[in-house]
Design a protein around this ligand. Structure first.
Ligand code: ATP
Length: 255
């Protein structure tokens, strides 16, 4: 699904990511952990095209057809099927819940600007389908009742779900979640884990997530990658990671 091949990302003199390699298989839930400043978000930014890597290559092959994506723009990468959420929720706060999901769907709109301006039947049809899809997604994430509320009026946990619904509207194959449990209480965290497992099955997703909540990472990831100072220091199953001395020293030890 995703191959990150020897990626280095430098910002001036700062080496945020150093020769990072990994392979994420179709259908896996993979966690990326490491202390603050280890380079986790930088890896997400490189995969989604926000930054072009200083060195290395990223290859996306959702259906066996390899695409080199490291030189593509974020919108081109999203169109190929990679979508993300952010560490600090980024919703259109003044828009309604359903409008936020619409924005995600626009990426898949086939009619062009011209047909939308003069409202050709093709556009109207697509718009109706988009609406149905948005309602379906909102039901799936448990936000249907709040569809007309302003995004900012939702409690924190629901804003996170809405961000995920908007990402799902882009029809991703690979979903990147940057600290999805940040700011959640234990019950919300538990619900989030169940929710991630549900959407993975329902939408046939591969998931790559950054998370500081160890119970989330250990509970839902089949493979975990550990970064320290931009370098991959360990990878393996939750059990292997928990027993790895380097990880305990670099990461768990500093908790
Ligand atoms: N745009 C940038 N310009 C300069 N330095 C940057 C930039 N983005 C990240 N860095 C630096 O790269 C390093 C890795 O940062 P990054 O945000 O990827 O870490 P992180 O593992 O996601 O941390 P956290 O868990 O705190 O979110 C840090 O030293 C950071 O200051």
């Amino acid at each position: 699904m995703l191959k990150i091949d020897n990626v280095t990302m430098k910002f001036g003199g700062v080496v945020a990511v150093n020769g990072f390699n990994c392979y994420i298989e179709n259908g896996q839930v993979v966690g990326l952990i490491g202390p603050n400043g280890a380079g986790k978000t930088t890896i997400f930014n490189v995969v989604t095209g926000v930054y072009k890597p200083t060195e290395g290559e990223i290859i996306f092959d959702p259906e066996g057809k390899e695409e080199k994506i490291s030189k593509l723009r974020p919108d081109q990468i999203a169109k190929l099927g990679i979508c993300r959420t952010f560490q600090n929720i980024r919703l259109f706060k003044e828009l309604s819940v359903v409008e936020n999901v619409f924005i995600g769907s626009h990426l898949r709109l086939k009619s062009n600007v011209f047909s939308s301006i003069i409202r050709l039947p093709k556009y109207n049809n697509e718009e109706r389908q988009m609406m149905e899809k948005a309602f379906y997604l909102l039901e799936k994430v448990g936000l249907y009742e709040e569809k007309n509320e302003k995004a900012f009026s939702l409690p924190y946990g629901k804003q996170r779900r809405l961000e995920i619904a908007r990402a799902l509207a882009t029809e991703p194959k690979l979903l990147l979640l940057d600290e999805p449990a940040a700011g959640m209480n234990p019950q919300e965290t538990q619900e989030l884990m169940e929710f991630i497992a549900e959407i993975k099955e329902e939408f046939d997703l591969t998931i790559f997530l950054i998370e500081h909540h160890m119970e989330v990472v250990m509970g839902i990831c089949e493979k975990i990658l550990v970064l320290d100072h931009g370098t991959l220091i360990s990878q393996g199953s939750p059990q292997e990671i928990q027993n790895d001395e380097r990880v305990i020293e670099a990461y768990l030890g500093v908790e």
